[in-house]
Design a protein around this ligand. Structure first.
Ligand code: SAM
Length: 295
């Protein structure tokens, strides 16, 4: 999907502002969140300092938990304020994780906020990633590609920077009528689909459970004149996400696990790596996993 130039500018200014408001570093994630639908499901075990961003980190965990990260070199494209990247480094222990974002203030914030071995940050555009080909075992992208001016170019960049058999993990929303084009773009780029899940209901549930915290944050930090716009942007009213049957204008939230095939054109690296034994039930990035081909 291509956003008109003006909208791209507005979105970027928006994120620069957003990064400026939160003086106390209470907002370290900026996605809509994820809450299991099963009331009996055990909540994610979090450090006390992560509780404020529980639902947002649950979205990260939902996406990241599909694979074994131990020993992997990873990049998060559009990491925002870095809470998700820091969580992944602590919880899933990749060898390295570099976070990229186009918003200068977000990158400055992350550099100040986090000091974890293997975690670093750089400013860059999703459509033109500042890395050599075949650099990463994992590319992570959470609720960001919907804002890119050239999504197909971004997908090409993901393919380029991944090692053969590397994983592309992403979660994002699109309007119903955009879903087929989204899937087609992934397939056209050459990714192999490992899994796809519609998580709209879990995202809507998280928005409802988190509504009061979001309301308080906006009251506390955002100038009065901008509050209505921020409320809508922060998903306070459900963010236009679908609640019932598909209807025009509503959005669906999907999460994907994709892989770069070993023999994809331009695969520059031999792939694989020096990793410990697999964590039970998780896919390893140094094994070829048979999966349905994205057609
Ligand atoms: C909704 S926030 C999500 C941030 C983070 N993934 C999270 O879940 O907290 C979207 C992020 O995408 C970034 N972004 C938007 N367009 C971008 C681009 N073309 N290249 C890199 N980052 C971009 C914004 O600066 C913002 O940090």
């Amino acid at each position: 999907m291509l956003l008109p130039r003006l909208e791209v500018r507005v979105t970027r200014t928006w994120y620069e502002w957003l990064s400026g408001f939160d003086r106390d570093a209470r907002v370290v994630c900026m996605n809509h969140g994820y809450a299991a639908l099963d009331d009996e499901a055990a909540g994610l075990k979090l450090a006390p300092e992560d509780e404020d961003n529980r639902y947002q980190l649950q979205l990260y965990d939902h996406v990241a938990g599909a694979i074994d990260w131990i020993g992997a070199d990873a990049v998060e494209v559009s990491l925002g304020r870095g809470g998700g990247a820091a969580y992944i480094v602590r919880r899933y222990r990749p060898r390295s994780l570099v976070g990229v974002d186009v918003t200068a203030r977000a990158v400055t914030f992350c550099r100040r906020q986090y000091a974890l071995p293997g975690l670093r940050f750089t400013r860059g555009e999703a459509e033109c990633l500042p890395f050599a080909g075949g650099s990463f075992d994992v590319v992570l992208n959470i609720e960001a590609s919907v804002y890119y001016r050239a999504e197909q170019r971004f997908l090409g960049e993901v393919m380029r920077v991944l090692k053969p058999d590397g994983f592309f993990l992403c979660a994002d929303m699109r309007r119903y009528e955009e879903i087929d084009a989204w899937r087609a773009g992934l397939a056209k780029t050459g990714f192999r689909l490992v899994s796809e899940e519609d998580i709209t209901a879990s995202v809507v549930r998280a928005l409802a459970l988190d509504a009061e915290r979001r309301r308080r944050l906006i009251e506390e930090y955002v100038p009065r004149v901008l509050r209505p716009a921020y409320r809508a942007f922060a998903g306070s009213k459900g963010a236009g996400l679908a609640r019932g049957s598909p209807s025009t204008g509503e959005r669906v939230y999907l999460s994907f696990v994709l892989r770069r095939p070993r023999d994809a054109p331009g695969a520059g690296c031999s792939g694989g790596g020096d990793v410990a034994d697999s964590t039970a039930g998780r896919l390893r990035w140094d094994e070829a996993t048979p999966g349905p081909c994205a057609s």
